[in-house]
Write a protein that binds this ligand. Structure first.
Ligand SMILES: [Zn+2]
Length: 378
């Protein structure tokens, strides 16, 4: 992970570069700032810069074996501690390090919620427990492989339980030689004794421009979409990613809904088969969660557009426009029946109904409820 792969944070990067250049590496550092600021990738880029043998004035080389190992999170002198869903099998970070690494590789900007979802442990309390402290002592007591620093990055340090925090405190007070602790936290809810023994670096939220730029470069978004999402993202790149997915889903659902209504109206068998089964975007191929979201989207549009005659802000102008043109084909009294059918389908999906059969029969029933004015053109 080079600095150049971390979004924005120029000032922080600059002060890290200077600290390394001047050999002023504090052995206990605390990175403090809100979710989505990139503190974790930044910490890794910082350590890579510290370890790299061929660093330049601004960044690590990215290609030496040290850089490569750090980028793969497999450098023997770099250790990680993070919150867990504790169980008999999982007491310390090293028990699930491979999973955590996979989650981080999937998304360098993952949040604690992402990590718990990755573990399928949404409903458990994430904790850095006492099982961790022995492991930390053990790992730091070993000699460093490359004869230089040993680093322990504690991600989401506010999840340290009190016993674990006290053990870490002891290490912070009497650190083994050439040891660097980086505690990453989103809140100052840490024991004062820890706060007072660390050098605090504030990692601010990103600017709107930085997020918009990242959405264009990393996510291939147009300037318009990137700017509009960046305005709502509150400096949180992870939240920007969520908004982007929602935006893409909405566009997909919108097109899918409009195509569907046209196909239901004319009951074109070939088109219906494609709408349901096509490999890239067929409704039967997108997974149950998305299918449910799509039906919820369709019900919302019909309910708000036809029954209430008004559109909530989250319904796009193109859907409103479509419905206005399409509304002559949906008799008012049938609109609620169509919603009922969709709702039934929604619950059938939850009960694992076969998606191809379900959407075929639903389309047939909707066809039966659409009106056919003499010159149907929609
Ligand atoms: Zn290097």
């Amino acid at each position: 992970m080079q600095f150049s792969k971390v979004i924005g944070q120029q000032q922080v990067k600059q002060s890290m570069v200077e600290a390394v250049a001047n050999g002023r590496i504090s052995h206990a550092q605390l990175f403090l700032g809100p979710e989505g600021n990139g503190a974790l990738p930044l910490a890794i880029a910082y350590i890579q810069y510290l370890f790299c043998k061929n660093r330049t004035a601004t960044d690590s080389c990215g290609t030496c074996s040290t850089c490569q190992n750090i980028t793969k999170l497999s450098h023997p002198d770099l250790h990680f501690v993070f919150p867990l869903a504790l169980s008999k099998e999982v007491e310390k970070s090293s028990d699930v390090f491979q999973k955590w690494k996979a989650a981080f590789m999937q998304n360098n900007y993952m949040s604690l919620t992402d990590w718990m979802n990755f573990l399928d442990a949404e409903n458990k309390q994430p904790v850095i427990g006492v099982g961790e402290s022995k492991d930390i002592l053990h790992q730091l007591s070993m000699t460093s492989y490359e004869g230089s620093y040993k680093v322990m990055i504690v991600w989401m340090a506010e999840k340290l339980n009190l016993v674990a925090a006290n053990k870490i405190l002891k290490i912070l007070e009497e650190p083994p030689d050439k040891t660097v602790f980086i505690l990453i936290t989103e809140s100052t809810q840490l024991p004062v004794t820890i706060l007072s023994r660390t050098q605090i670096t504030k990692i601010p939220r990103l600017t709107e421009e930085e997020i918009a730029g990242a959405l264009m470069q990393r996510n291939g978004q147009s300037k318009d979409v990137a700017q509009s999402i960046a305005r709502s993202a509150e400096g949180n790149y992870r939240y920007a990613q969520v908004l982007l997915t929602e935006n893409e889903d909405t566009q997909f659902f919108s097109k899918k809904f409009q195509d569907w209504m046209r196909i239901c109206l004319r009951l074109d068998g070939d088109k219906l088969a494609e709408w349901i089964g096509s490999a890239d975007s067929g409704i039967s191929t997108i997974g149950r969660e998305k299918q449910k979201q799509f039906l919820a989207f369709s019900m919302q549009i019909i309910r708000q557009g036809l029954l209430l005659g008004k559109f909530a802000v989250n319904i796009h102008a193109s859907d409103a426009d479509f419905l206005q043109k399409f509304s002559p084909y949906i008799p008012f009294e049938n609109a609620s029946l169509i919603i009922e059918e969709m709702n039934r389908a929604y619950h059938s999906i939850e009960r694992n109904a076969h998606p191809k059969i379900l959407f075929t029969s639903l389309s047939l029933r909707i066809n039966g409820m659409l009106a056919r004015p003499a010159m149907a053109k929609a």
